[in-house]
Design a protein around this ligand. Structure first.
Ligand code: ATP
Ligand code: MG
Length: 432
């Protein structure tokens, strides 16, 4: 016997009716993004490995251990063997496209959003998968277009609050921090490095490595025993220069004016190396250990890091899988999709006429399930009762007279309805 094949660990099939929720989330996101004048960008699912190594950063969890990378062998002399990677996030791809298509030359701010799968080799658990979907957006452009303005940060955060509200996600928390300029970060890294010397011996092996390679990453550590040590380390707020302090103050002032609640989290440095100044996360208590709904921040030096022109920007990525989990936990029972009518042909010879009737009704916008006359009527009734609000019986008499028998399950009422009035009748709800 051959082995049964299953979806690969960390990947999932999404089935109806759950896919309806995914579609609703995506439709809401598209509608909100449109109102803020964002346009959609679709970048390739795989990119040159170097793109992620240079933008996300070698020392991050993503690049050091989570990427799906392979050598793509040359197939012709004109081709080179190239190291390729399934995208673990989408900001790098968007900024690469920004550079490649010289979008900065327009002199305008680029406001781009994406929705799509990302891939990371992580330990699968609730809310953490190896293929997952992100909904994200970026605001990027030359400084002359105002891309560095704190107003852009505040507007993105306000848009996110609006999006979560429109999705119906209640009880979220916005955590905010500033990691300063590249120089501030470098200074803080040195402060941390020094502060870690006497304590790092008591910390986990990852932190011992980070203390040397990239001390900032110590703040990401999730090992419980390390937490009291980390809580006593110097905070980045004390290493920020005047310009970064003023930038952050302008962001928070705009948020306060818009009535968006936030809390400052000194340890929020985020897992990607390219962040500067504003960093943020929206968390939700209902998610358990994987409590981040989304994360983002400003990345003023990213474009230059991958060979582009100066192009400051700010963006975020929401975990769509975690939005779905949150909404499922909130909505007590997922509403079962119910079709307007089930058409039951009486005998196989009525099947063709039933398809024609179904076509007529579907073209008028009704949701119709088509039965099969080779089944007994009792079986059709049972199937209809599970899926539809009403059953329409189509036999030889009904076809000739143009008068159909319709039963409404909720009330048990049976009526005779003319074919001309059928669509209107089926559009009314059972109680009407
Ligand atoms: P975490 O701390 O949960 O690992 P992260 O810092 O790696 O998150 P980001 O790279 O900022 O996450 O990605 C943005 C969002 O994408 C996260 O807030 C989360 O909602 C979602 N996300 C990240 N990794 C996964 C995953 N493996 N499965 C599902 N969603 C994910
Ligand atoms: Mg992660």
């Amino acid at each position: 016997m051959s082995r049964t094949l299953k979806a690969v660990r960390g990947t999932r099939d999404l089935l109806p009716p759950e896919t309806a929720l995914w579609n609703r989330i995506e439709a809401t996101a598209r509608s909100v993004f449109a109102r803020y004048n964002f346009g959609e960008i679709r970048t390739p699912i795989f990119e040159d490995t170097g793109l992620f190594a240079r933008s996300v950063g070698e020392e991050t969890d993503i690049v050091s251990k989570e990427m799906y990378t392979w050598e793509d062998r040359a197939r012709a002399q004109s081709e080179k063997t190239q190291s390729l990677t399934l995208r673990p996030e989408n900001t790098a791809g968007v900024v690469r496209a920004y550079i490649e298509h010289q979008l900065g030359e327009t002199g305008q701010l680029q406001k781009l959003y994406y929705i799509g799968p990302q891939f990371r080799r992580e330990r699968p658990q609730k809310g953490r998968y190896r293929q997952f979907s992100q909904i994200g957006a970026e605001v990027i452009g030359p400084p002359s277009a105002g891309s560095e303005s704190p107003l852009r940060d505040a507007e993105v955060l306000e848009m996110l609050a609006t999006l979560l509200d429109e999705l119906g996600i209640t009880g979220w928390t916005l955590e905010l921090n500033s990691v300063g300029s590249a120089a501030d970060r470098a200074r803080y890294n040195e402060t941390l490095r020094a502060a870690l010397v006497p304590v790092v011996g008591q910390m986990c092996v990852d932190c011992q490595r980070r203390a040397i390679t990239n001390p900032l990453r110590v703040l990401d550590c999730k090992v419980p025993a390390d937490q009291p040590i980390i809580d006593k380390l110097p905070v980045i707020a004390d290493s920020l220069d005047q310009a970064s302090v003023a930038h952050f103050a302008a962001v928070t002032a705009a948020l306060e004016a818009a009535g968006i609640p936030y809390t400052r989290n000194n340890r929020l440095v985020r897992g990607l190396d390219y962040y500067t100044r504003t960093t943020f996360e929206f968390t939700h208590g209902g998610l358990g250990a994987q409590n981040a709904l989304l994360g983002g921040g400003r990345y003023d030096g990213l474009s230059e890091a991958i060979g582009g022109p100066r192009a400051p920007g700010i963006g975020f990525a929401m975990g769509e899988d975690r939005l779905v989990l949150t909404l499922q936990a909130q909505e007590s029972a997922a509403p079962q999709v119910v079709v307007d009518a089930f058409i039951a042909p009486l005998g196989e010879e009525m099947n063709a006429a039933a398809l024609a009737l179904a076509r007529e009704l579907r073209r008028q916008g009704l949701r119709i399930e088509l039965g099969d006359g080779s089944f007994r009527l009792k079986k059709s009734f049972e199937a209809a009762d599970k899926t539809a609000r009403r059953i329409v019986i189509l036999g030889e008499d009904e076809l000739q007279s143009g008068i159909l028998t319709v039963k409404t399950f909720a009330t048990g009422m049976q009526s005779k309805v003319s074919r001309a009035e059928l669509a209107a009748y089926l559009s009314t709800t059972a109680s009407e």
